[in-house]
Design a protein around this ligand. Structure first.
Ligand code: ATP
Length: 254
């Protein structure tokens, strides 16, 4: 059972505390949504938990090994990470960008093994990208490119994924399609931690919510237990109506 565990992570710059005493666990078999307003510290938390930045205090482990000790390939085999900002180093075609997800398996670009080829084709198909296989990635629309990046992390076939706003640029149909893919991935026994700003979408898919504000985790639990009008006002400063898992945001609270 793969498990990413963050224990009392803090991250300070010279002038500010961006993350304070944050702990969470992600394991196989659960789809967790990380929620919080812009600037809450969600990306900082994910990067510290993955060992991409060195925390000022606390530590994170992947399967009980300190993430700071893992090589990039070891880490990528355990957790596939889709950052919020996804620069493309050069204008590869769609299939080659997705094949980058196979690097952690030793894939040889331009000469993929049968297993790599199969994983890439499966991801292409799952993300509705077959018709774009040979297009240059720098000619895609924002939504198409977002799907290519999702396909890249699915092609990696890691037991855990962390995705920072994977559906932000997608139209409603593709938002559901991509969230369905994460859901199916979790049902196959994997684990996913996903940052979303759409609370209704989050409530529809999440087994658990982690709520963040001002660099701190303020709640961690099942949607039905942690989603409330008071919570939405506290976290986002909005008035809302919450009925079970249905949320209507009525407007800014002040
Ligand atoms: N290296 C840095 N130096 C100074 N401030 C930083 C640094 N990195 C992040 N920040 C600030 O820390 C805060 C948290 O940033 P972070 O990207 O973690 O937020 P977030 O919750 O992911 O936000 P969003 O929803 O807008 O993506 C922001 O105010 C950001 O400007």
């Amino acid at each position: 059972m793969s498990k990413l565990h963050a224990q009392n992570l803090s991250y300070n710059t010279k002038t500010a505390s961006l993350l304070e005493d944050a702990s969470f666990t992600l394991q196989q078999g659960e789809l967790v949504v990380l929620l919080g307003p812009n600037g809450a510290g969600k990306s900082t938390l994910l990067r510290a938990a993955l060992g991409l930045i060195k925390p000022s205090a606390g530590c994170a482990t992947l399967n009980d090994i300190d993430v700071q000790q893992l090589s990039p390939i070891e880490r990528a085999r355990g957790v596939s990470y889709l950052p919020q900002i996804r620069p493309l180093a050069w204008p590869n075609n769609v299939k080659d960008v997705i094949a980058l997800g196979r690097f952690s398996h030793g894939a040889n670009m331009g000469n993929l093994s049968e297993t790599d080829e199969h994983a890439v084709n499966q991801a292409l198909d799952a993300c509705d990208l077959e018709h774009l296989t040979h297009r240059n990635a720098d000619t895609l629309s924002g939504g198409e490119l977002a799907r290519v990046h999702c396909a890249r992390i699915f092609a990696a076939q890691a037991p855990l994924v962390i995705a920072d706003e994977p559906v932000a640029a997608l139209d409603p149909r593709h938002q559901f399609r991509v969230m369905d893919l994460f859901s199916e991935y979790v049902k196959r026994g994997n684990g996913a931690l996903i940052v979303l700003h759409d609370i209704n979408l989050a409530a529809r898919y999440a087994d658990r919510f982690i709520w963040m504000k001002d660099g701190k985790i303020s709640a961690d639990g099942p949607p039905l237990e942690t989603l409330s009008e008071a919570r939405l006002e506290d976290i986002y400063g909005v008035n809302s109506k919450v009925d079970g898992l249905n949320v209507t945001i009525e407007g800014a609270a002040d």
